[in-house]
Design a protein around this ligand. Structure first.
Ligand code: HEC
Ligand code: HEC
Length: 287
């Protein structure tokens, strides 16, 4: 018996002892270890670890394994952590906006919880609420039109027209018609493709996110109206009349996905993105 075989043998024996104990009446009252739960799922044919991220989802996230700040710290320091691109802390490493973009310090837990300190200062994490956290949008959401360059300005007359239209109440009148013309016009927002090339009806396929930008009525229906209805939920509103800053339609025109220059084809649900969001869901604790 090689030493390797012996070690494996000993491990198996240990595992058998552990399961034997779990089978006794007194041990049953104890909470099952995560490993015991997994073994149970394997026996029941319920465990899926195939494919891109199934291991992380099914072994870590679904079982609520605590994600430590230490892991989050390592993500901020590692190139390509959320898809090809430089490490976050290269550009966000202090609260001094003279040397760190948006005065955002991603190199410490306190810095992450504090958020951007340059005006408009704002938090990027809402502890316990990943879906309300700006950092989630910044890592997952591509700027529109899909593929537009980071170098394309965010205050062009057309982008400002969309902002002003929303702030004026997003009306379905002559002002609304002008906005729809922009969405139909190739080149209006920095790429050859027009918005309606990809968002032309409220059905997917062919329209991404079931978003219809061909009419004000279509816009007001929101995104994913059919998919969400199947789950008994309302569609995702992309315009909140009077509030451009809170409207996804405007946000998507000005907010660049991080890291700058990232290929929009990079997985929006990268395993590390899911782990970062799980850390937030679990309360964004610094310990
Ligand atoms: C090469 C430099 C660079 C890298 C690397 C980088 N960022 Fe940024 N980041 C910026 C710039 C520039 C801005 C402001 C402009 C913008 O939002 O488009 C910004 C803005 C942000 C904001 C918005 C802050 C606010 O309130 O406006 C967040 C959040 C953010 N980055 C997170 C990240 C994360 C997470 C990473 C790592 C995946 C990362 N950034 C990597 C340059 C960078
Ligand atoms: C080449 C195809 C393409 C073009 C062109 C395009 N989009 Fe998108 N759009 C997408 C995809 C794909 C998503 C979802 C995934 C993502 O964030 O990358 C999306 C998502 C969106 C969302 C978010 C919907 C939600 O569920 O929250 C909005 C808003 C949006 N696009 C607006 C626009 C606007 C405005 C334009 C034109 C300036 C535009 N898009 C052009 C492909 C496109």
């Amino acid at each position: 018996m090689s030493s390797k075989t012996r070690i494996v043998g000993a491990m198996l024996a240990g595992a058998v002892v552990a399961f034997g104990m779990a089978g006794t009446a007194s041990a049953d009252e104890k909470k099952k270890s995560v490993y015991e739960q997994v073994v149970g799922d394997i026996k029941g044919g319920k465990l899926n670890v195939e494919g891109d991220h199934a291991a992380v989802v099914n072994l870590v996230i679904k079982r609520n394994i605590p994600i430590t700040y230490e892991y989050v710290a390592s993500l901020m320091r590692t190139p390509n952590a959320f898809g090809a691109g430089p490490a976050c802390i290269i550009c966000h490493h202090s609260n001094d906006p003279a040397v760190s973009y948006r005065g955002l310090d991603l190199s410490t837990c306190e810095g992450i919880l504090k958020g951007a300190t340059e005006a408009p200062a704002r938090p990027i994490v809402v502890a316990g609420k990943a879906s309300k956290s700006l950092i989630r949008n910044m890592i997952r959401n591509n700027r529109m039109p899909l593929g537009v360059s980071f170098a394309y300005p965010t205050d062009t007359p057309n982008i400002l027209a969309v902002r002003d239209w929303i702030n004026a109440g997003a009306k379905d009148d002559a002002s609304g018609k002008k906005i729809i013309e922009l969405f139909k016009k190739p080149g209006a927002f920095g790429t050859e493709q027009s918005c309606v090339d990809c968002h032309m009806s409220n059905e997917e396929p062919p329209s991404f996110h079931e978003l219809d930008l061909t009419s004000v009525k279509g816009i007001m229906k929101g995104a994913d109206s059919i998919a969400m209805a199947k789950e008994g939920k309302p569609a995702t509103m992309v315009v909140i009349p009077g509030k451009a800053e809170e409207s996804k339609l405007y946000e998507r025109l000005i907010q660049n996905r991080m890291s700058p220059g990232i290929d929009p084809g990079e997985d929006r649900d990268h395993a590390n993105t899911q782990l970062l969001l799980q850390w937030i869901t679990q309360g964004a604790k610094c310990q």
